[in-house]
Design a binder for this molecule. Structure first.
Ligand code: TYM
Length: 334
């Protein structure tokens, strides 16, 4: 809560090509919630360097991501869109929270285990304490709600634990945040292996629909999606490939799964895949057009970056000063 307003915080990494999973699981909900809350949407570039990055590519992707937030429909005049690295409070609070987080808790994080296995040559301390930086992101803004996909729930739970632990020692310093997970689209699966989530880092390009894929590519990927040999369109766990296609269809069209199942009664998988392809193109084409327009307006994007970083830094500094005082750091002499 800030000045009586409920606060929303969320972030995305500018690593790899964003997928339909990022859009349907997170970004789409950000847009629909923006009017109800005071919103902070960060491009979390500090999280990105836990895995080696090409600096020029990271810079380019970070800007593209911020532009994409606006293209998706988030109004940058009403909401605060900014780069995490422009607000030093994230790192400062993360340090303090590191001292209130246990190694055992971090050891249990499944994302750490997955990433450590994938990047065995670079299991750095940042990768290990990544969830603490994420907790700092959220707690710095006293967020009430955090819209994320299901894969981030474990980090959200840890954030809540850290906040409650800190509050138990020092009084009510942090708002304890709630996750917001959409009814459909919270876990979009790979089109090639519906047991795995759709991921930016998947090596098989047919497994993911990227937000910048053109219409033909989207339709082709949908056509090639792995289904099963049951030959019937039902929304159930026994048919994970079909269920995933229905999820994508529903998240794109706003329909409920039961409604979609009725609509596809008697249809073959080919028809379902075609309808999913059309629904995805219907959502992504306008986003791409708007993105391309915005990208050209460099001065406008620069103004957003500057103004919003200042706004975010101001809010962040208020929480940070309070926390620093609570833990016993000496007051500044003016
Ligand atoms: P990231 O960048 O991996 O993903 C951004 C958002 O997209 C969601 N998502 C998905 N949703 C549904 N289906 C999928 N296949 C799928 N893949 C990704 C993620 O759940 C996420 O909401 N650690 C975070 C970024 C972060 C953050 C934060 C988020 C840093 N600080 C504070 C919220 C609050 C991450 O790596 O997300």
């Amino acid at each position: 809560m800030i000045n009586g307003n409920k606060v929303l915080f969320s972030g995305m990494q500018a690593t790899g090509n964003l997928t339909l999973g990022n859009y349907l699981g997170a970004l789409k909900n950000w847009v629909s919630l923006a009017d109800e809350y005071e919103c902070y949407y960060s491009v979390v570039d500090m999280h990105s360097i836990t895995v080696r990055q090409d600096p020029a590519v990271l810079r380019k992707r970070a800007r593209a991501l911020l532009t994409l937030y606006i293209a998706a429909g988030i109004d940058p005049e009403k909401n605060c869109l900014y780069y995490q690295s422009h607000v030093s409070g994230h790192a400062e609070l993360a340090w303090i929270l590191n001292c209130f987080t246990y190694m055992g808790e971090l050891n249990r994080m499944t994302q750490f285990k997955d990433k450590a296995a994938k990047h065995a040559d670079n299991i750095n301390a940042g990768l290990f304490t990544y969830p603490v930086l994420m907790a700092a992101d959220i707690l710095l803004y006293q967020a009430d709600v955090v819209p994320v996909g299901i894969d981030q729930m474990q980090h959200l739970e840890l954030t809540r634990d850290i906040a409650q632990r800190f509050n138990a020692i020092y009084g009510d310093v942090f708002t304890v945040p709630q996750a917001y997970v959409g009814k459909v689209g919270a876990k979009i699966m790979s089109l090639q292996d519906p047991a795995k989530k759709m991921s930016k880092s998947d090596e098989n390009p047919n497994a993911s629909i990227y937000l910048m894929d053109d219409a033909d590519t989207i339709r082709r990927k949908c056509k090639r999606a792995v289904t099963d040999s049951e030959g019937i369109i039902l929304y159930r766990d026994e048919q994970p490939g079909v269920k995933n296609l229905l999820d994508i269809y529903c998240a794109c069209t706003g329909k409920a799964p039961e409604e979609a199942v009725k609509e596809f009664e008697g249809c073959g998988y080919g028809q379902l895949k075609e309808a999913v392809g059309d629904a995805v193109v219907g959502v992504l084409e306008p986003l791409q057009t708007r993105f391309k327009e915005l990208e050209k307006d460099k001065a406008y994007i620069d103004t957003i970056i500057k103004n919003n970083a200042e706004r975010a830094a101001y809010t962040a500094s208020k929480t940070l000063r309070k926390v620093q005082k609570k833990v016993g750091f000496p007051e500044r002499v003016r």
